[in-house]
Ligand binder design. Structure first.
Ligand code: PMP
Length: 296
């Protein structure tokens, strides 16, 4: 799924075949999870292939690296150029792009000087389905932000996400919703959470979440569309019986949620503000929103 015999990746200044790339089994990233990464998407638009919010993603990657004491010798501009070259070399248009910064052999618990930069990408078609997600409140909490840099996209953090998703799926749900240590709603294993009640959209404030780039795009869109969107401390009971809810993330974009812990949201998805935002988001990523507006 991720690569075939022809896939070219970028690794430490070279272009090479994914199938021929190797790594060190003694890498600190493999043993202790100290590495950082990004998930970015490119879209085929009428103006060519566009990487959505490339600058924001690479700024976050470099911020994540800095927080984990990883020295990266590339600028945001260089990483964007490399990504454009990567897409061209692999003939990719609608794609998911995965940069990973990982460390060399080291079994100590200290920063490592040997830093590797890998960028790969694979095809990621437009998802047009409208299956709503059924969530369960996870028994796993989001990590305490005093135990790690929760705002950074660190490899090791995703063990928490894997546990939460695995638990949800094993119980017959599609995905998990995680609370913070005080019992307030935080986020999904790989997505930010929003819900709608009486015409207002609410989302957890930063603190226990990764402040997603899609989340920030939803703030921009809501402002432009004149929608009321508030950051709040949210209790799970506030969410039960709300009008609608959705997850946001680069991969899933804006995904409607049908129920939480078996309690359905009251409005049909297509009548919610989340649905309107999901359409606006699709227009934003393909940069043809003004053309669409001209047609209606
Ligand atoms: N929270 C977590 C824990 C995530 O892994 C992601 C995916 N990067 C998100 C939220 C959404 O972030 P973004 O919109 O930047 O993809």
């Amino acid at each position: 799924m991720y690569y075939n015999d022809n896939t070219i990746i970028f690794l430490d200044g070279s272009w090479l075949k994914a199938a021929e790339a190797t790594t060190d089994l003694f890498a600190q990233t493999l043993h202790y999870g100290n590495g950082v990464f990004e998930g970015i998407r490119s879209y085929k638009t009428e103006d060519g292939v566009r990487i959505f919010k490339a600058k924001e993603h690479y700024e976050r990657l470099l911020m994540s690296a800095e927080l984990m004491h990883i020295k990266v010798d590339y600028t945001v501009e260089q990483l964007i150029q490399l990504t454009e070259d990567l897409l061209a070399k692999n003939n990719l248009e609608d794609a998911y792009i995965r940069p990973l910064i990982y460390l060399g052999a080291n079994m100590s618990l200290q920063p490592v000087d040997e830093v590797h930069v890998m960028i790969t990408a694979w095809e990621w078609g437009r998802y047009l389905g409208s299956d709503l997600l059924n969530l369960m409140t996870s028994s796993y909490q989001r990590p305490n932000p005093k135990s790690c840099h929760i705002e950074a996209k660190v490899v090791g953090h995703y063990t928490n996400s894997i546990l939460a998703t695995t638990e949800a799926k094993s119980k017959g749900f599609d995905e998990a919703l995680l609370l913070d240590q005080f019992g307030f709603v935080a986020e999904g294993p790989g997505a930010n959470f929003f819900y709608e009640k009486a015409g207002v959209i609410y989302t957890p404030a930063p603190g226990y979440i990764l402040n997603g780039i899609t989340r920030q795009t939803v703030f921009e869109l809501a402002k432009e569309m004149g929608l009321e969107l508030k950051e709040a401390q949210i209790k799970i009971e506030d969410v039960y019986g709300a009008d609608g809810a959705f997850f946001t993330g680069t991969a899933a974009e804006i995904a409607g949620i049908g129920s939480l812990d078996g309690k359905s949201f009251t409005k049909p998805w297509k009548e919610t503000l989340g649905y309107e935002l999901s359409l606006a988001y699709k227009r934003r990523v393909s940069q043809n929103e003004f053309r669409d507006f001209a047609l209606v």
